[in-house]
Design a protein around this ligand. Sequence first.
Ligand SMILES: Cc1cc2nc3c(=O)[nH]c(=O)nc-3n(C[C@H](O)[C@H](O)[C@H](O)COP(=O)(O)OP(=O)(O)OC[C@H]3O[C@@H](n4cnc5c(N)ncnc54)[C@H](O)[C@@H]3O)c2cc1C
Ligand code: SF4
Length: 447
Amino acid sequence: MKKAIDTEKIKQFQSMREPLTLQAAIRESNRCLLCFDAPCSAGCPAGTDPGKFIRQIKFYNYKGAARTIRNHNILGSVCAFLCPVEKLCERACSVKALEDPINISGLQRFATEYGKHFQIEPLRKSEKNQGKIAIIGCGPAGVGCAAELAKMNYDVTIFEREDMAGGVPKWNIPEFRLPAEAIAYDVENLLSLGVDIRFNATIENNEAISMLLAEGYMAVFISTGLSVALKIDLFDNYINALDYISFLRSVKFDHNNIDLKNKNVAVIGGGSVAVDSAVSAKACGANKVYLISLEHLDELPADKGEIELAREMNITFKAGCQITDVNANEKIITGLKGMEVEWIKPENFSPSNVRKVEGTTFALNVDLVVQAIGTKPGYEISRFHKSLQTRGKGIIEVNDLFETNLEGVFAGGDVVNAGSTVVQAVGEGKKAALSIDNYLKNRENKA
Ligand SMILES: Cc1cc2nc3c(=O)[nH]c(=O)nc-3n(C[C@H](O)[C@H](O)[C@H](O)COP(=O)(O)OP(=O)(O)OC[C@H]3O[C@@H](n4cnc5c(N)ncnc54)[C@H](O)[C@@H]3O)c2cc1C
Ligand code: SF4
């Protein structure tokens, strides 16, 4: 079978995420200052407690460290690969005042892999005597909420549109950044808690929430993420202009049918998702890959490490540029025309705030355009319940307890925060679980 993915390129990416050896983990944990109030733990949105698991590694209790991570963060294995630690736990690390912060995600990965290899005992199946809860969406927020509720002995059912669990990390985050085994291990832990996942179960009916409540579910948690990719009108009706959701999914699951050898790809966008798309195109053997963004190089929202990786992969940055026209052969784009732009008002990075710079027109030959300019919630949200309060493009409104305006209905993750991180979604799912428990206990006390 034809193999379109360039394995040499993939190896290059993978060498950047070699796990820590036992000796390196001991050395790294020994740099820990054992802070009394562990600011790194406060810096983790999911409460994974790095202060505790680093201490356990330091005192050679590797299985204990693996248990701490898994018990506090059901997606601990996935987070070890994906967390932007420089903005979270490592940013808070006290060692940073003296030298480089402790490599927390490296130690987390070491401990989870140790726990997996030496088979720490499975999580306990819950007794399920506290009543039924429905969760819509089996991504990080849904998984985080389900695990917490199951530990509190609720009978949890997750309704998931796809045929596998994991949400965006499963379907869209490239394999070279997150190996499938990491998700599989975390999902296995979720299942060992006795959570029931119904696959191929899209919730989309009118008044679906009322129906779930009428079926005996005592509360509903909505964690459907952002499933509709935003598109640029200019590319409407061209068959070789994809959105990043379908592009990254094809690269991950259908890569034998993507052949970008000797092809030029233009990715529109300047965030992490755009960089993932550009790097994936390169890994599929593309000749030239352009990353075209309104933001200038020093304004790109993508992480510095990702930009560095894109540079190493010889991706051409067309930063501070806007595409103004396409050349096409019927429904196939063959080239793009663009111009450099400047912001009309500073610090407002919106497409409506750009001014084209005269005399800067350029042209590019391209065979594929990938649009990575953002996402919004699925349209079915508006059908869940006619009174469910949303704002903007369908983001669900919640209070600090992740309660929506509807009694017994909670929401969290990207569908509420408009797009953040895996660890943030897990944290919101956990907090919502506690709110659900409090809500049900208060309701019981009042009855
Ligand atoms: C390309 C890309 C790269 C990223 N890289 C990183 C990274 O490196 N680090 C990081 O921390 N974060 C990253 N993120 C962000 C991260 O993936 C999200 O913040 C996180 O997945 C949000 O979790 P969620 O559970 O809210 O939503 P999702 O992950 O979107 O999960 C929602 C789930 O709900 C299901 N669903 C949707 N509608 C329905 C319905 N009507 N009925 C039933 N089921 C439904 C979906 O199939 C999905 O399984 C990245 C995102 C993208 C797109
Ligand atoms: S889950 Fe992420 S943010 Fe939390 S401690 Fe682990 S690496 Fe840091």
